[in-house]
Ligand binder design. Structure first.
Ligand code: IMP
Ligand code: MG
Length: 181
Protein backbone atom coordinates (compact mmCIF):
# COMPACT_ATOMS: atom_id res chain seq x y z
CA UNK A 1 0.00 0.00 0.00
CA UNK A 2 2.74 2.45 0.96
CA UNK A 3 4.50 2.07 -2.36
CA UNK A 4 1.43 3.68 -3.95
CA UNK A 5 1.82 6.85 -1.86
CA UNK A 6 3.51 9.85 -3.43
CA UNK A 7 3.62 12.03 -0.36
CA UNK A 8 2.73 11.78 3.32
CA UNK A 9 0.83 14.91 4.32
CA UNK A 10 0.30 14.11 8.00
CA UNK A 11 2.22 11.44 9.88
CA UNK A 12 0.83 9.28 12.66
CA UNK A 13 2.64 11.44 15.21
CA UNK A 14 1.32 14.71 13.75
CA UNK A 15 -2.24 13.37 13.73
CA UNK A 16 -1.90 12.12 17.31
CA UNK A 17 -0.63 15.52 18.49
CA UNK A 18 -3.45 17.38 16.80
CA UNK A 19 -6.07 15.00 18.19
CA UNK A 20 -4.72 15.54 21.69
CA UNK A 21 -5.17 19.30 21.22
CA UNK A 22 -8.67 18.96 19.80
CA UNK A 23 -9.66 16.60 22.61
CA UNK A 24 -8.50 19.12 25.20
CA UNK A 25 -10.49 21.84 23.46
CA UNK A 26 -13.66 19.74 23.41
CA UNK A 27 -13.14 18.81 27.06
CA UNK A 28 -12.93 22.46 28.01
CA UNK A 29 -16.03 23.34 25.97
CA UNK A 30 -18.23 20.52 27.30
CA UNK A 31 -17.06 19.91 30.85
CA UNK A 32 -19.93 21.94 32.33
CA UNK A 33 -22.59 20.55 30.00
CA UNK A 34 -23.13 17.18 31.63
CA UNK A 35 -21.76 15.04 28.85
CA UNK A 36 -21.96 14.82 25.11
CA UNK A 37 -22.88 12.53 22.27
CA UNK A 38 -20.33 11.88 19.54
CA UNK A 39 -21.82 10.94 16.19
CA UNK A 40 -19.69 9.37 13.51
CA UNK A 41 -20.54 9.19 9.84
CA UNK A 42 -19.38 5.84 8.51
CA UNK A 43 -17.13 4.61 7.09
CA UNK A 44 -14.34 7.13 6.61
CA UNK A 45 -14.48 8.40 10.18
CA UNK A 46 -13.79 5.02 11.83
CA UNK A 47 -10.10 5.57 12.58
CA UNK A 48 -10.42 9.22 13.59
CA UNK A 49 -13.41 8.37 15.76
CA UNK A 50 -11.55 5.75 17.75
CA UNK A 51 -8.66 8.09 18.47
CA UNK A 52 -10.78 11.18 19.05
CA UNK A 53 -13.14 9.61 21.58
CA UNK A 54 -10.17 8.46 23.66
CA UNK A 55 -8.77 11.99 23.66
CA UNK A 56 -11.87 13.36 25.44
CA UNK A 57 -11.88 12.71 29.19
CA UNK A 58 -15.59 13.34 29.79
CA UNK A 59 -18.69 11.15 30.13
CA UNK A 60 -19.81 10.60 26.55
CA UNK A 61 -21.98 8.38 24.39
CA UNK A 62 -21.23 7.36 20.85
CA UNK A 63 -23.47 6.63 17.91
CA UNK A 64 -23.07 6.12 14.18
CA UNK A 65 -24.89 6.85 10.98
CA UNK A 66 -24.31 5.39 7.60
CA UNK A 67 -25.26 7.42 4.60
CA UNK A 68 -24.68 7.15 0.93
CA UNK A 69 -24.35 10.21 -1.21
CA UNK A 70 -25.39 9.80 -4.79
CA UNK A 71 -22.54 10.64 -7.11
CA UNK A 72 -19.20 9.28 -8.23
CA UNK A 73 -16.58 7.95 -5.84
CA UNK A 74 -14.64 11.21 -5.74
CA UNK A 75 -17.53 13.69 -6.01
CA UNK A 76 -20.69 13.90 -3.94
CA UNK A 77 -23.99 15.32 -5.10
CA UNK A 78 -25.40 16.36 -1.72
CA UNK A 79 -28.38 14.07 -2.13
CA UNK A 80 -28.04 11.73 0.79
CA UNK A 81 -29.74 8.47 1.56
CA UNK A 82 -29.70 7.16 5.14
CA UNK A 83 -28.53 3.55 5.17
CA UNK A 84 -28.38 3.35 8.97
CA UNK A 85 -29.92 5.94 11.24
CA UNK A 86 -28.81 6.77 14.78
CA UNK A 87 -29.83 4.42 17.59
CA UNK A 88 -29.93 7.28 20.10
CA UNK A 89 -32.54 10.00 20.44
CA UNK A 90 -30.62 13.29 20.20
CA UNK A 91 -33.38 15.63 21.37
CA UNK A 92 -32.05 17.90 24.11
CA UNK A 93 -28.53 16.50 23.91
CA UNK A 94 -25.20 18.11 23.19
CA UNK A 95 -24.04 16.56 19.95
CA UNK A 96 -20.72 16.68 18.12
CA UNK A 97 -20.59 15.19 14.63
CA UNK A 98 -17.20 13.75 13.75
CA UNK A 99 -16.20 13.70 10.09
CA UNK A 100 -13.10 12.54 8.29
CA UNK A 101 -13.06 15.29 5.69
CA UNK A 102 -15.23 18.15 4.48
CA UNK A 103 -14.99 18.76 0.78
CA UNK A 104 -17.93 20.44 -0.96
CA UNK A 105 -19.85 20.41 2.33
CA UNK A 106 -22.94 19.04 0.59
CA UNK A 107 -23.14 15.80 2.56
CA UNK A 108 -22.64 17.42 5.93
CA UNK A 109 -24.96 20.33 5.27
CA UNK A 110 -27.74 17.87 4.47
CA UNK A 111 -26.97 15.87 7.59
CA UNK A 112 -26.90 18.93 9.84
CA UNK A 113 -30.31 20.04 8.57
CA UNK A 114 -31.69 16.58 9.19
CA UNK A 115 -30.31 16.35 12.73
CA UNK A 116 -31.33 19.91 13.65
CA UNK A 117 -34.95 18.88 13.06
CA UNK A 118 -34.57 16.50 16.00
CA UNK A 119 -33.86 19.47 18.29
CA UNK A 120 -30.53 18.69 19.95
CA UNK A 121 -29.46 21.08 22.74
CA UNK A 122 -26.46 21.91 20.57
CA UNK A 123 -24.87 20.54 17.42
CA UNK A 124 -21.25 21.10 16.42
CA UNK A 125 -18.97 19.69 13.75
CA UNK A 126 -15.48 18.31 14.29
CA UNK A 127 -13.51 17.26 11.24
CA UNK A 128 -10.01 15.89 10.87
CA UNK A 129 -9.49 17.47 7.46
CA UNK A 130 -11.01 20.42 5.67
CA UNK A 131 -10.70 21.47 2.04
CA UNK A 132 -12.30 24.93 2.20
CA UNK A 133 -11.39 25.82 -1.40
CA UNK A 134 -13.83 23.14 -2.60
CA UNK A 135 -16.80 24.32 -0.56
CA UNK A 136 -20.10 24.67 -2.45
CA UNK A 137 -22.25 25.24 0.62
CA UNK A 138 -21.30 26.76 3.94
CA UNK A 139 -21.14 24.48 6.96
CA UNK A 140 -20.27 25.77 10.42
CA UNK A 141 -17.20 23.78 11.48
CA UNK A 142 -16.23 24.24 15.11
CA UNK A 143 -13.17 21.98 15.31
CA UNK A 144 -10.77 21.38 12.42
CA UNK A 145 -7.72 19.14 12.57
CA UNK A 146 -5.93 20.29 9.44
CA UNK A 147 -6.81 22.48 6.49
CA UNK A 148 -5.58 21.10 3.18
CA UNK A 149 -5.51 22.32 -0.42
CA UNK A 150 -7.61 20.77 -3.19
CA UNK A 151 -5.88 17.40 -3.21
CA UNK A 152 -7.39 13.93 -3.01
CA UNK A 153 -6.05 12.23 0.10
CA UNK A 154 -6.19 8.71 1.48
CA UNK A 155 -5.32 6.87 4.68
CA UNK A 156 -6.32 7.12 8.33
CA UNK A 157 -9.82 6.01 7.34
CA UNK A 158 -10.06 7.81 4.01
CA UNK A 159 -10.39 5.69 0.91
CA UNK A 160 -9.86 5.66 -2.79
CA UNK A 161 -12.24 3.10 -4.25
CA UNK A 162 -12.69 1.63 -0.73
CA UNK A 163 -8.96 0.94 -0.35
CA UNK A 164 -6.13 2.63 1.63
CA UNK A 165 -8.30 3.25 4.72
CA UNK A 166 -5.84 1.25 6.83
CA UNK A 167 -2.80 3.42 6.17
CA UNK A 168 -1.90 4.98 9.54
CA UNK A 169 -1.09 8.38 7.99
CA UNK A 170 -2.80 10.77 5.55
CA UNK A 171 -1.17 10.89 2.14
CA UNK A 172 -1.54 11.56 -1.55
CA UNK A 173 -1.61 8.72 -4.07
CA UNK A 174 0.75 8.45 -7.00
CA UNK A 175 -1.04 9.53 -10.21
CA UNK A 176 -0.54 6.07 -11.72
CA UNK A 177 -2.99 4.63 -9.17
CA UNK A 178 -5.79 6.72 -10.68
CA UNK A 179 -4.55 6.16 -14.22
CA UNK A 180 -5.17 2.45 -13.82
CA UNK A 181 -8.91 3.08 -13.37
P1 IMP B 1 -18.66 16.50 0.59
O1 IMP B 1 -18.15 17.43 1.64
O2 IMP B 1 -20.15 16.36 0.58
O3 IMP B 1 -18.14 16.87 -0.76
O4 IMP B 1 -18.17 15.02 0.81
C1 IMP B 1 -17.33 14.66 1.79
C2 IMP B 1 -17.08 13.18 1.64
O5 IMP B 1 -16.43 12.91 0.39
C3 IMP B 1 -16.13 12.71 2.70
O6 IMP B 1 -16.81 12.27 3.84
C4 IMP B 1 -15.38 11.60 1.98
O7 IMP B 1 -16.11 10.40 2.08
C5 IMP B 1 -15.36 12.03 0.54
N1 IMP B 1 -14.09 12.75 0.24
C6 IMP B 1 -13.94 14.04 -0.07
N2 IMP B 1 -12.66 14.36 -0.31
C7 IMP B 1 -11.96 13.22 -0.14
C8 IMP B 1 -10.55 12.88 -0.22
O8 IMP B 1 -9.67 13.72 -0.50
N3 IMP B 1 -10.23 11.60 0.03
C9 IMP B 1 -11.16 10.63 0.36
N4 IMP B 1 -12.47 10.91 0.46
C10 IMP B 1 -12.87 12.18 0.21
MG1 MG C 1 -17.28 10.41 4.65
Amino acid sequence: MRDKIEQVLFSEAQIADRIREMGAQIEADYKDKGGLLLIGVLRGVAVFFGDMMRAIDLPLDIDFMSISSYGSSTRSSGVVRILKDLDENITGRHVVILEDIIDTGLTLSYLVRLLQERRPASLEICTLLDKPSRRLIEVPVKYTGFTIPDQFVVGYGLDYDQKFRNLPFVGVLKPEVYAGK
